[in-house]
Design a protein around this ligand. Structure first.
Ligand code: NCD
Length: 292
């Protein structure tokens, strides 16, 4: 378990199950100091590998920016590498570990980062429909900056079956005194995570929740386009619906969005998703300074 007393250095982060509440609080406090810092030299000379088998904008760029802001550097490997020539995950990781002090990995298979962590220090940046632990940390950081989290009702909305961000977030929120609501189309329900929750409709959630965590339908996880098309557009947050929500109800989204949040809502002060994306950089700075 990672606590505020643990040695975090070189410890792979593959699942939120590794975090004790005091460990999460430590990351949150550190993220706050990173927000205040201008330029730091903490990680001067350190090199972080970024190995991305799946597309990414925020996760990749915020890890990269975080490393640069801490004085370190990054090496990026995407599909456009010897992966194309059939090199295995194991061999690719072994190579990167020759050049880097740790690797951030995004991969389509659940458990890939656990496998990779046998070969060196790994940070899971999304393993298929498995987990996305650093996203959950930045989500909790955002929620706690937007409100006093204890006692609140948080609704997780959308593709809870395939959404790794919601899997990690639900488990991490279990460390807090919050009520969780799951809102998902029948075919996209949350797998059993052993986390206390209630299921409800979007309308019910909007009326009672203190935060809506909206996610996109994960098109790339469907066996056929027809299956995706049948579910596409089945829920949407827009200014009209949000008139029924609390005046303090914040809306989060890990992004990218498709059509599940109307851009017309972006100018509403309750739209927290761009603040959330920026928070990601501070949380990753905090994590990297602990990791190195
Ligand atoms: C998410 C992901 O990759 O799981 N994006 C992110 O990291 N912010 C969400 C998504 O792709 O829908």
């Amino acid at each position: 378990m990672l606590t505020d007393k643990s040695e975090w250095k070189g410890v792979s982060i593959t699942s939120v199950s590794q975090f004790a509440r005091s460990g999460v609080d430590l990351v949150m406090r550190k993220a706050e100091t990173m927000r205040e810092a201008k330029i730091r030299e903490d990680l001067k000379g350190k090199v972080l590998g970024l190995l991305f088998y799946e597309p990414s904008t925020r996760t990749r760029c915020s890890f990269e920016a975080a490393m640069q802001r801490l004085g370190g550097t990054t090496v990026l490997v995407t599909q456009d590498s010897s992966i194309k020539k059939g090199e295995s995950l194991e061999d690719t990781i072994k190579m990167l570990m020759c050049y880097c002090d740790g690797v951030v990995l995004r991969h389509p298979e659940p458990g890939a980062s656990q496998r990779a962590s046998q070969l060196g220090p790994i940070i899971n940046a999304g393993d298929g429909i498995g987990e996305h632990p650093t996203q959950a940390l930045l989500d909790v950081y955002t929620l706690s900056r937007e409100m006093a989290l204890e006692g609140k009702t948080i609704a997780l909305i959308g593709d809870l079956k395939h959404g790794r961000t919601t899997h990690s977030l639900a488990k991490l929120l279990a460390l807090y005194d919050v009520k969780l609501l799951y809102v998902a189309p029948d075919k996209l329900k949350m797998p059993d995570l052993g986390v206390a929750h209630e299921e409800c409709s979007l309308e019910e959630a909007v009326e009672v929740a203190d935060a809506l965590y909206v996610t996109r339908i994960q098109k790339e996880r469907f066996a056929s386009v027809e299956e995706y098309d049948a579910l596409k557009g089945s829920y949407k947050i827009n200014p009209d619906l949000m008139t029924k929500a609390k005046s303090t109800c914040v809306v989060l989204h890990p992004l990218p969005r498709n059509d599940e949040i109307d851009p017309a809502f972006d100018s509403d002060p309750r739209a927290a998703y761009f603040r959330q994306a920026q928070n990601g950089m501070y949380v990753r700075m905090a994590l990297l300074s602990l990791f190195f």
